[in-house]
Design a protein around this ligand. Sequence first.
Ligand code: MN
Ligand code: MN
Length: 468
Amino acid sequence: MEKNDYKELKEQLLSTKKNGYDILPSAEHAAMEDYCAGYKAFLDASKTERLCAAETIRLAEAGGYRPYSPGMDVKSGDKVYVCNRGKAVMLAHIGKNSLDQGIQLAAAHIDSPRLDLKPNPLYEDSELAYFKTHYYGGIRKYQWVTIPLALHGVVVLKDGSRITVRIGEDEGEPRLVITDLLPHLGAAQNKKPLSEAIPGETLNLLLGSRPIGGEEESGRVKLAVMKLLNEKYGIVEDDLTSAELEAVPAVKACDIGLDRSLIGAYGHDDRVCAYAALKALLDMKETPAKTAVCILADKEEIGSDGVTGMQSAAFDAFIEDLCASQGVPLRACFARSFCLSADVTAAFDPNFADVFEKRNGAQLNYGVGLCKYTGARGKSGASDADAETVAYVRRLFDEAGVVWQISELGKVDAGGGGTVAMYMANRNINTLDAGVPVLSMHAPFETVSKLDCYETYKGMKAVYQAER
Ligand code: MN
Ligand code: MN
């Protein structure tokens, strides 16, 4: 075979996945940087699901979205949103077609792994004051000690009034910390498996050390801390029982690498896809053919249950209300809808190559990562998109010039994970997972590639704008 014939045959028959930087036109580099600057600002404003929902609404209203209430008259071109209990947001850009043609959905989650305060959090031990925590989501506990932490959330009083708590986020403010053992005394701890070295009950936030009152008194540091909280927020210890206070890393999003090609931050999972889904919707100037819907859900990290999770009827109620305004049954709409379950995937990490299967791992800078299935132990817990749905997204992405790859989370039986995909698919909506590959997922400081962030945004746009 001639050399040129061979080359041609190879190009014709074999897969040619390329690094995104070999595909992305240089004219788009500035747009990518702009997009990522916006994303970093979004992250810094969105340390918790409540803050993220509030920031989402701020951006949505600036983009012409208005609050929706059931029974409201909506027509093609209208932009509406619903905020579910301050912790989840659903937005819709009403399309030209009737809702019986289905909707084009992107569903991401805005909760991230963190440390929640227990209902009776405050205590003193050895003249040091602490908050007890109960971790939320799948964390590796050893990663959360000896890093500066901030505290965010709400305290709700018996009369229903809500007090916003924000400690340790801004420049010049004190931070909180969880201490760890010094290496000099770590001989026994060093022998334990990573999962046992830092027991959950030692994830206690150090709050203070300065006593008040006379030396004959006890619990003086605890009282001093409660006094400070009372002065700042007007609360007493019992009020902490009806509170949602979350300790999160006190770090801001920043560029990573000498070439600034990466972004390091807390909470990429899944605000990186949430932002892509939101921004793509807000940037859509023309009325789409089908109604475009963006759902930013809470509670994914603990199973998507609850009133603000993706299993909640709040989503069905919103779409059903929109359908009712057009006299369309919800089930008819769902049956013709498509959902991109926008959640992060694991990026291949050469430092830990043995847990990945390289041919099917997501590679940084290779674009948005499609996942046909997630789950564990033989796809258990996965909705496993059908070939038709994968083909549909391949076409959409290729037509829109989106850099994409398809991958699995890791080696067969190395572990596994889930997303909201199955909860959408269970509603009779064709669903495929897609998202940004992440290094050190669920760590207090995760890393993603700017190119992958930008391509995910382009992918979301393609989904919303799809005509069929
Ligand atoms: Mn996720
Ligand atoms: Mn996660």
